[in-house]
Ligand binder design. Structure first.
Ligand code: NAD
Length: 479
């Protein structure tokens, strides 16, 4: 029995490939899993196509699909501790954070179970002797590709609405973090999904991901990952003819602190904004904009608290941040730290690996703060995806907004002020998909998630997150 799930069977990669899964905390081997290739992708897509055509999944009363999603929700909660521990082993994130992830994954399944039952389409008023209605139907076979930073969470934001809408899918997690996705697919099987409705392939982006996005029998590609991969996926998906596409890409997210903000809260949340999961968060508040009159005091307190962040094994109580995901990724982030210095940013704290010998085998980096930054620097404009934050000064509200919008991305942003009208005004003007006021990071399944600009195409979560997996059909009848 292997770790690929195709047409209702757990199966091995046809060519016998295997891949190591490594714990980023100490570089130890956690396990090995199957490594698929294009042949396995083809088998999986054909299974999904067969199921879409032959199983009565798409035509089931919506309530029955919703019931399956609710069973998955319950099973996720039954196994939550196991899943959270596995996520920590695989990603290095703290167990506390992984536990929240699993709850959020379960909530996504429950939300789409509830929404699916409510969406009956709409009647269009044309004339008394015409019945005109718009109905929403599944798109078909979906290729779902997820990243390594929130492996299960990002996958669930695709899987739950895809199933709720009556699609079949082939899911590919990141090659570095496949373990909890395997667990979720086992739960979908246990919940009773018909064979071929849910399929899982594991392997590299270049081989398995590319084969999946190019496959001629895929109707929709939904991808979460980096900007450059998103570009490649869009081009590949277009090469096989237009098809539905949804992209959730990177971010360089401003966090604006006005001088009248609640100081302690703003400092605390700015830490979490930038250093949660070692900054490996698409919506990380990695670009701090601080009002000039507050700047020096803020940076001093911020650096002091950043130095106190406890790095270590995410499995242990009291640890606040884990390692980076891999040795290669840490090198990339170190490259950005070197670049920041070269560009003239002032290194306030961090910038190196920790000198604690207990952390020497893992892929750790100290929380790093650069001050005296300006918008022309690459370190300010590019997504570093590590524990690195840049600080810029602003003098007026207009300048704060202008700086915050001076980015090719547009995923998320934060505003800290005690003046409610200013908070709303600034939020309205920011060109970012989510704006937090006096907070950072919360999202809810009921509200859309996604980016302006180069942060993506389409939205996940909320009602729009279901629409991504539906085609609208107009039925017009002369009575
Ligand atoms: P990545 O782009 O390297 O990989 C993401 C997924 O795409 C992986 O499964 C990978 O195997 C696959 N892939 C790689 N090349 C491919 C190709 N040519 N064709 C098809 N698939 C391919 O991203 P990552 O390093 O895993 O994740 C980090 C990135 O994800 C960051 O940029 C982050 O901002 C972004 N992200 C965005 C969101 C969001 O909601 N907008 C959420 C999480 C992560």
């Amino acid at each position: 029995m292997g770790e690929l799930y195709i047409d209702g069977e757990w199966t091995q990669a046809a060519a016998g490939g295997r891949r190591d899964v490594v714990n980023p905390y100490d570089a130890s081997l956690v396990t090995t899993v199957d490594e698929a290739d294009a042949t396995d992708v083809d088998r999986a897509v054909r299974a999904a196509r067969r199921a879409f055509a032959e199983e009565d999944w798409a035509d089931l009363p919506t309530r029955r699909r919703a019931d399956l999603l609710l069973r998955v929700h319950d099973l996720l909660l039954r196994d939550r501790e196991d899943i959270a521990r596995t996520e920590t082993l695989d990603t290095g994130k703290t167990l506390a954070e992984a536990r929240i992830d699993v709850e959020d994954v379960a909530n996504a399944f429950r939300y789409y179970a509830e929404l699916a039952g409510k969406d009956g389409g709409r009647v269009v008023d044309v004339a008394p002797d015409v019945l005109s209605r718009v109905v929403y139907q599944p798109v078909g076979v979906c290729a779902l590709i997820a990243p390594w930073n929130y492996p299960l969470l990002q996958a669930s934001w695709k899987v739950a609405p895809a199933l709720a809408a009556g699609n079949t899918f082939v899911l590919k997690p990141s090659e570095t973090t496949p373990l909890t996705t395997i667990m979720m697919i086992r739960l979908i099987e246990e919940a009773g999904a018909p064979p071929g409705v849910a399929n899982l392939v594991l392997g590299s982006g270049a081989t398995v991901g590319a084969a999946l996005t190019r496959h001629p029998d895929v109707d929709l590609v939904s991808f979460t990952g980096g900007l450059n991969t998103g570009r490649a996926i869009m081009a590949a998906a277009a090469a096989e003819g237009p098809r539905n596409i949804a992209l959730e890409l990177g971010g360089k997210n401003p966090n604006i602190v006005f001088a009248d903000a609640d100081f302690d809260a703003a400092v605390d949340y700015a830490l979490d904004a930038a250093f949660l999961h070692s900054g490996q968060v698409c919506s990380a508040g990695s670009r701090l904009l601080v009002e000039d009159s507050l700047h020096d005091r803020f940076v001093e307190a911020y650096a002091e608290r950043a130095r106190a962040i406890r790095l270590g094994n995410g499995m242990e109580d009291g640890i606040e941040s884990g390692p980076l995901s891999s040795a290669e990724h840490r090198e990339k982030v170190e490259g950005y730290i070197a670049l920041g210095k070269k560009e003239g940013a002032r290194l306030v704290t961090g910038g190196t690996r920790p000198d604690d010998p207990a952390l020497s085998r893992g892929f750790f980096l100290l929380p790093t703060i650069f001050a005296d930054c300006d918008r022309s620097m690459r370190i300010v404009q590019e997504e570093v995806f590590g524990p690195v934050v840049t600080v810029e000064r602003f003098r007026t509200e207009d300048e704060a907004v202008e700086l915050a919008n001076d980015t090719r991305y547009g995923l998320a942003g934060g505003v800290w002020t005690s003046e409610a009208s200013r908070a709303q005004r600034v939020a309205q003007r920011l060109r970012h998909g989510t704006v937090w006021i006096n907070d950072f990071h919360p999202y809810v399944p009921q509200a859309e998630w996604g980016g302006f600009g180069r942060s993506g195409v389409g939205r996940e979560l909320g009602p729009t997150g279901l629409r991504e997996y539906q085609e609208a059909k107009h039925i017009y009848q002369n009575l």
